[in-house]
Design a protein around this ligand. Structure first.
Ligand SMILES: N[C@@H](CCC(=O)N[C@@H](CS)C(=O)NCC(=O)O)C(=O)O
Length: 234
């Protein structure tokens, strides 16, 4: 029997979503760390797994797959023990979840990842901070949060598209937002504080996926402490 291999870096939000999904659903896997800060994603050994040179990617026997949303839906469909709510077989529900996932790439992810990189994380990757780009990304991020608050969370249930239980879209989007933990507390409060439903939804997704959510996200707090110590020395 082949082992499912996850090529991931826990500092990557889509990587965390996949690790958490496997842990919550009892899917066995081997975690292969691809250290982004050391540039391991650019090495030829990894490019054999994912020629795009990005994490996450998976390998199962000779099968290889990249793109976190494709990986999450594959894992949900390939493992019969995964409860239906993660990626419903009902076609209209599934289509609505796919709609959130497609929207995510060019909206919430574009805003959040670029804001965190340009306001805080760049030095960890050997890059410079870029306040102008951070300000531009913050606008995309807040527009995306508004849409989640007013549209994607505007249903009967407490999860996206009115679901009563979480789907792969909830996990993907909340992992994206978790990276805001590493920015300055005042900035995070300024950005997230006004979105009451979003803040409650983040807590609901954590609750539905703990203890794994917190365990896999712990790296963010470690990096934050490291950044704060470096800042204090300057
Ligand atoms: N759309 C991809 C995004 C993957 C992605 O951007 N991964 C980042 C880490 S979060 C990466 O590997 N960056 C390395 C690079 O672009 O050089 C997914 O959802 O899997």
């Amino acid at each position: 029997m082949s082992t499912l291999k996850l090529y991931v870096d826990r500092m990557s939000q889509p990587s965390r979503a996949i690790i958490i999904f496997c842990k919550v659903n009892g899917i066995e896997f081997e975690e292969v760390r691809i250290d982004l800060a050391k540039g391991q994603h650019r090495l030829s050994q990894f490019k054999d797994i994912n020629p795009m040179g990005k994490v996450p990617a998976i390998a199962y026997g000779r099968f290889r797959l990249s793109e976190s949303h494709a990986i999450l839906s594959y894992l949900a469909c390939a493992n019969p023990t995964v409860p239906d709510h993660w990626y419903p077989t009902d076609l209209s529900m599934r289509a609505r979840i796919n709609s959130v996932l497609d929207w995510h790439h060019n909206n919430l992810r574009r805003g959040a990842a670029s804001y965190v990189l340009n306001s805080t994380l760049a030095p960890v990757l050997g890059l410079s901070l870029n306040p102008k780009e951070a300000a531009r990304s913050e606008k995309v991020l807040t527009m995306s949060l508004s849409k989640i608050e007013s549209f994607w969370l505007d249903g009967k249930g407490k999860f996206l598209v009115g679901s009563f239980q979480p789907s792969i879209a909830d996990l993907s989007l909340v992992c994206e937002l978790m990276q805001l933990q590493i920015v300055d507390d005042k900035d995070r409060e300024r950005i997230l504080g006004q979105y009451i439903k979003v803040s409650q939804w983040i807590e609901d997704v954590k609750k539905a996926t703990n203890p794994y959510f917190d365990e896999v996200s712990a790296i963010l707090y470690k990096v934050k402490m490291k950044l704060q110590k470096t800042k204090a020395k300057l």
